[in-house]
Design a protein around this ligand. Structure first.
Ligand SMILES: Cc1cc2nc3c(=O)[nH]c(=O)nc-3n(C[C@H](O)[C@H](O)[C@H](O)COP(=O)(O)O)c2cc1C
Length: 281
């Protein structure tokens, strides 16, 4: 249903309003994945939105109902997972190759941020998580780049055990990868750093990632100054910037299936060889 995908619909004239209303009705009976939004909102409210608030963004109004009115709104957001299955006979015995198949599919299909992954760390008792971008992978591990003074880096120094999590909603797939991290070599970090656009190199140099910043303006001033300082010169790899590679010892491949009977296949590294098992969903 368009309005929710686009998150912004304006109904400014009577034809638009009529067409929009018609769409609401069609969608609410057609059973497509996104119709839940409509099914649980009192139709009177929809008409109110359409006819009394002409020119307003409908999605904003619906958001407001979701937050303050209909408690069931969020509870009723759900969909069935129908796209694919993951069976033992079709998986690769090597989890890195299995990952490679799914990852290539995500990239080939131009998923937005298909290489984005949540990195979970755990130090000092409280787990932490944030998104980073996968920049390479092979049998040696999965590599991302960051600021070595950041919170994540300090946490990884304290505890080198970490987890990476990919979620490719469009394919109803999740992959979890657990393992041990270590810093990439200086040469590897250099090579990647210099492959980045110059602006990103300066940006990395300007940021004391995860430290308190007094103002946005201050950051922009630092950026401008560095840009000037390095005019016509190569930007050197800052000593506080580089990669981490996570060497996996556990993978889980999750494929959504109808009726919540999802497929979950894990690979556990035991005595140097990968053992696979199926888990209950
Ligand atoms: C899509 C996306 C990609 C990101 N990629 C990176 C990345 O590759 N490296 C990085 O250090 N931070 C990246 N970030 C920012 C991190 O999520 C995080 O805010 C930052 O690294 C500070 O985290 P920390 O304080 O836990 O160290 C990305 C954020 C998003 C939303």
């Amino acid at each position: 249903m368009k309005i929710f995908k686009k998150n912004r619909v304006e109904a400014t004239n009577i034809e638009d309003k009529a067409a929009f209303t018609f769409n609401l009705f069609i969608s609410s009976f057609s059973g497509v994945a996104t119709t839940y939004v409509i099914q649980d909102i009192h139709l009177g409210k929809i008409f109110h939105l359409l006819y009394c608030n002409s020119g307003l963004h409908v999605s904003k109004e619906i958001e407001s109902i979701a937050m303050h009115g209909d408690r069931k709104f969020i509870q009723n957001i759900r969909r069935d997972y129908l796209k694919d299955g993951l069976l033992e006979e079709n998986i690769d015995s090597d989890p890195v190759l299995q990952f490679s198949k799914w990852f290539s599919h995500a990239i080939d299909e131009n998923l937005v941020d298909g290489n984005a992954m949540t990195l979970a760390t755990s130090a000092g008792g409280r787990p932490n998580a944030r998104v980073v971008l996968l920049k390479s992978f092979d049998q040696e591990g999965f590599t991302f780049y960051t600021n070595y003074g950041s919170k994540k880096s300090l946490e990884l120094e304290e505890n080198d055990q970490a987890t990476l999590l990919f979620y490719w909603a469009e394919f109803e797939r999740q992959v979890k990868i657990c393992g041990t991290v270590k810093k990439t070599s200086r040469e590897e970090s250099e090579e990647y750093f210099h492959s980045r656009p110059r602006e990103s190199q300066i940006g990395a140099m300007a940021s004391r990632q995860s430290e308190t910043l007094q103002s946005r303006n201050h950051l922009e001033e630092v950026y401008k100054k560095l840009n000037k300082d390095y005019e016509g010169k190569d930007v050197p790899l800052p000593s506080f910037w580089g990669g981490f590679t996570l060497k996996p010892d556990y993978f889980e491949f999750w494929q959504g299936r109808p009726n919540r009977l999802h497929d979950r296949i894990i690979y556990d590294l035991l005595n140097g060889s990968w053992q696979t098992k199926r888990l209950y969903p």
